[in-house]
Design a protein around this ligand. Structure first.
Ligand code: MG
Length: 223
């Protein structure tokens, strides 16, 4: 049996196999505050597998085992080259491009895991938990600052600028390269601004990386 792979698709038409998704928690102070949490002294990192990625203009499948799947809109940094022990000054040279995506979170499952001191893997990393736009090549996008936002049924739910991030794109890449080493096709989800909330079947979701790329999804109950 071979299951379909969703690659990174760039706006110039080329593709890249998806690797590991490194997701950063609490990188915007206002979101940490709305979760009743502090900005951590070191970045919080968790992983999603390649099967988490869903390409734009399709469906978001809301799993039956959660009653509270939240949207977290985030700038997504896609790496184009391998990187190990990089310093922040060199880190940006490994970036292939930028996208906007959702770090979907089963908040009820995550709350139970936090309470019991268990990992977040189920709450954060199920198949389809990372809907993502096409990727804008760095040669077109530059390195920001970027504005990202999320609309649900035409209403703005989240907005943020990467200028508000507690740790910069370069710092996050360097941090991950030191701990994990990075491969071409890996990506970093750079954290969400405030305004996270529940998605429901039938919701129309629009993700924006302002001036560069947009993606649309419709939520449904997972078949
Ligand atoms: Mg997140």
């Amino acid at each position: 049996m071979t299951l379909p792979r969703t690659p990174w698709t760039f706006t110039d038409g080329h593709t890249l196999d998806v690797g590991t998704l490194y997701c950063i928690g609490r990188n915007y102070a206002a979101h940490a505050a709305e979760m009743g949490a502090q900005v951590p002294s070191d970045p919080i990192v968790f992983l999603k597998p390649p099967a988490a990625v869903v390409a734009g203009d399709t469906a978001i499948d809301l799993p039956s085992w959660s009653a509270d799947v939240h949207h977290e809109v985030e700038l997504v940094v896609v790496l184009g080259t391998d990187l190990d022990n990089a310093d922040p000054a060199a880190a940006l040279d490994a970036v292939a491009g930028y996208a906007v995506g959702l770090d979907l979170t089963a908040r009820d499952v995550q709350a139970g895991a936090k309470q019991r001191g268990e990992p977040w893997a189920v709450a954060k990393s199920w198949k389809g938990s990372a809907p993502v736009s096409h990727v804008v090549p760095r040669s077109t996008s530059g390195d920001g600052p970027f504005e990202i936002s999320l609309d649900v049924n035409g209403q703005r739910r989240q907005y943020g600028s990467t200028a508000q991030m507690e740790r910069s794109i370069a710092t996050l890449i360097a941090f991950c390269s030191r701990l994990f080493s990075l491969r071409a096709g890996d990506a970093i989800f750079t954290g969400t601004p405030q305004g996270v909330a529940r998605l429901q079947p039938g919701d129309a979701v629009a993700l924006h990386l302002h001036g560069l790329i947009h993606a649309h999804f419709t939520c449904r109950s997972a078949p």
